[in-house]
Design a protein around this ligand. Structure first.
Ligand code: ADP
Length: 270
């Protein structure tokens, strides 16, 4: 099947009410079934992009197109914090989006169990969040997103708070699921290696204002093994992305220095 654009940002700018220009005329097209990661320094607008795609806020100008989606339930969001209800067991936590959508308990049962099995939590149905490790809580959070059977998965640094071993395991399990389910994934991360390992495309953003400075296809076949993680190819991509990020930061510093020099000159003249 040839790829079709599913998500398109056309000249999207976002100015928050306090005047922060978070995004400036950002253009980005994401095709169906792609796994796209967005990397960039803190504050460059990565979460803003995800939130706008999810419809949690509107662009100040420009347009976002979501094709082929009939309803917002086809879109699911996973945050860095697993944000589970501490008083509810795993089944109840995962059932929440179905409950909110008015799906009957009987109809939910199969969907919830399917999501639990997908993320490898069978046997923990009656456990409470406090009884689970950070990695397992994140699995619950992913299952809660998958229970509505979305076609687009938006993930905002989902593994950022996990230790390296747990992160690696969740990375490979997520990729395994993606290969089975083929959602379109937009994944925000600070971790360049994680972005390269997972994605078929990495978008590098620069800040103030947030914009795309590089769009790098990762041409490595799936399934991606542990060998790929430590391969020369993975390293070369990571080095290239790191260089683009450093250029972006250097550009920002240069802009700041030039601006402050201009301001000094201005105040000297006036
Ligand atoms: P990132 O995810 O890359 O860290 P964000 O999208 O969270 O960046 O933020 C981009 C910029 O917008 C930052 O300067 C941030 O402080 C600002 N920002 C984010 N959300 C708001 C908000 N609700 N109100 C005002 N400013 C915000």
């Amino acid at each position: 099947m040839s790829p079709r654009p599913l998500i398109a940002l056309h000249d999207v700018s976002k100015v928050y009410s306090n005047g922060t220009l978070a995004l400036q005329e950002m253009n980005l097209t994401i095709e169906q079934q792609q796994f796209v990661s967005i990397v960039g320094s803190s504050g460059c607008g990565k979460s803003t992009v995800l939130r706008l795609i999810a419809g949690l806020g509107k662009p100040s100008s420009g347009m976002i197109e979501l094709k082929e989606t009939q309803s917002s339930s086809e879109l699911a969001f996973v945050f860095q914090e697993s944000a589970l209800m501490p008083w509810a067991n795993i089944v109840e936590n995962i059932r929440l989006p179905l409950k909110l959508a008015g799906v009957s308990q009987q109809k939910s049962r199969g969907l919830v169990q399917e999501a639990i099995n997908l993320v490898g939590l069978a046997g923990f149905e009656r456990s409470y969040p406090r009884e689970l490790s950070g990695g397992m809580k994140m699995r619950v959070s992913i299952a809660r997103a998958l229970v509505t059977q979305p076609s687009i998965l938006l993930m905002d640094e989902p593994f950022g708070a996990l230790d390296e071993m747990t992160r690696s395991k969740l990375n490979s399990d997520l990729l395994g699921l993606w290969q089975q389910q083929r959602w379109t994934v937009v994944f925000v991360t600070h971790n360049i290696y994680e972005a390269v390992y997972l994605s078929n495309r990495v978008i590098v953003m620069a800040s103030r204002p947030g914009r795309v400075v590089a769009d790098i296809p990762i041409e490595a076949a799936y399934p991606r093994t542990e060998e790929f993680r430590t391969s020369r190819l993975c390293n070369e991509y990571s080095r290239e992305i790191s260089a683009r990020l450093q250029e972006a930061v250097a550009g920002f510093e240069h802009h700041k220095i030039t601006k402050s020099t201009d301001q000094l000159l201005d105040s000297a003249v006036n």
